[in-house]
Ligand binder design. Sequence first.
Ligand SMILES: Nc1ncnc2c1ncn2[C@@H]1O[C@H](COP(=O)(O)OP(=O)(O)OP(=O)(O)O)[C@@H](O)[C@H]1O
Ligand SMILES: [Mg+2]
Ligand SMILES: [Zn+2]
Length: 458
Amino acid sequence: MVKTTSKWVCQQCGYESVGYLGKCPSCSAWGSFLEETTTKGNDFNSAANEFVNNDKPQLLEDIKINATFRIPTHISEFDRILGGGLAEGSLILLAGDPGIGKSTLTLQTCGQLASADKKILYVSAEESANQVKSRADRLEIKTDNIYIYPQTNMENIKTQIEELEPDFVIIDSIQAIYSNNVESTAGSVSQIRECCNILMHIAKSKNITTIVIGHVTKDGNIAGPKVLEHIVDTVIYFEGDKYKSYRLLRSMKNRFGNTSEIGIFEMQSNGLKCITNPNEIFLNERSKISIPGSAIVVTNEGTRPLIVEIQALVGSTPYSTPRRVTNGFDMSRLLQILAVLEKRVGLNLSKQDVYINVTGGININEPSADLGVALAVATCARDIVINEKTVIIGEIGLTGEIHPVNNIEKRLVEAKSSGFTSAVIPEMGKLKYNGKIKIIPVKRLIDAITACIKKGDK
Ligand SMILES: Nc1ncnc2c1ncn2[C@@H]1O[C@H](COP(=O)(O)OP(=O)(O)OP(=O)(O)O)[C@@H](O)[C@H]1O
Ligand SMILES: [Mg+2]
Ligand SMILES: [Zn+2]
């Protein structure tokens, strides 16, 4: 019997309720509930249940697996974050802001895969075939292995996948497709979940590698449900400043590889180009004269140390509560660093606005940049210049002590090869590194500030 049920679903996090709620009890979003109807028997669990087979439990020991087969995309930075290539039969979610280059990256990937004689079905749910074709021309992709299918209905897509039997399926984007099983509009939580479950089933049962494109909301979450992240095998975020040409690819979840790597691209008129020497490029963007409030840090992104500039601006505030603004650095981390600067160093920031900017459009997620941020703020507040050939590495504890960081030798080697002559680093046992870079070991935040004042031009 077909039974229609209705429920209210938070469009931010997927929380379900029998009635309307103004505020979501799960994610605290306001006005995020939307009524969604599902037809029972065709509930979104149906697709998921299908690929759980009914066999008896098996002994773990008896299960035979084939080693995961990877298909390289030959886009070196993409392969880097995937862990060597696309795992066969996996479902990959590529998420990013509007206009960041998601369709460009996937189409370029299609071009590479097609040249390797793979058959690809590109479902374009947002753009016409002409639009995709003109992008392909601009990216100089010529191949007869890519099928473009402008379609938004999941059941039609499923039929075409079954007929065409492609090696790869691209869904551009998941927010634009809908399934007949769910009555709510495309882009709602139930639709996204249902469509994703169907795609997952196809990917696993037919061993078709599927890339699903997803938009992100203003606050940087994948639009609609966080639940989507649990369904797919791999979640990749495409980030960067839309108005600058650099783009960063970061994997947030990977069932087939590690998640610490990042890929760096530059957007050019004929597509995304891999950047294999990012430090050279980021440092070129740096102003040639030293300015108070600039600190160079060496973060460790996956297997690659990245040298980036942190800029701070500190000035007396016209507001009753001072402003704290960060770009590329975690806000709560900044607040913690400012609190340590006030309490342990005696720097009074309660009447000062603090702005932090990480250059190159990079988001730093690693604590080793703490000391650089603290020194950028402190030197800006005191109008001191940090020696422009010095890099700053270290994590700050609440007591103001500087904690050691991992891979210090690798960071120093990279700093040296990029032309830096000294490094402020946490005091730690014997260093294996004996290159020609002057080491300034510091135990406490106050020591680091003193060291910079001594080295400063003032
Ligand atoms: N002719 C061009 N020359 C240079 N860059 C271009 C050109 N056309 C588009 N771009 C770049 O490509 C970006 C759009 O790429 P793409 O369509 O792949 O993004 P998207 O993430 O798929 O966007 P959407 O969210 O709209 O689907 C633009 O923001 C711009 O940077
Ligand atoms: Mg697009
Ligand atoms: Zn919610």
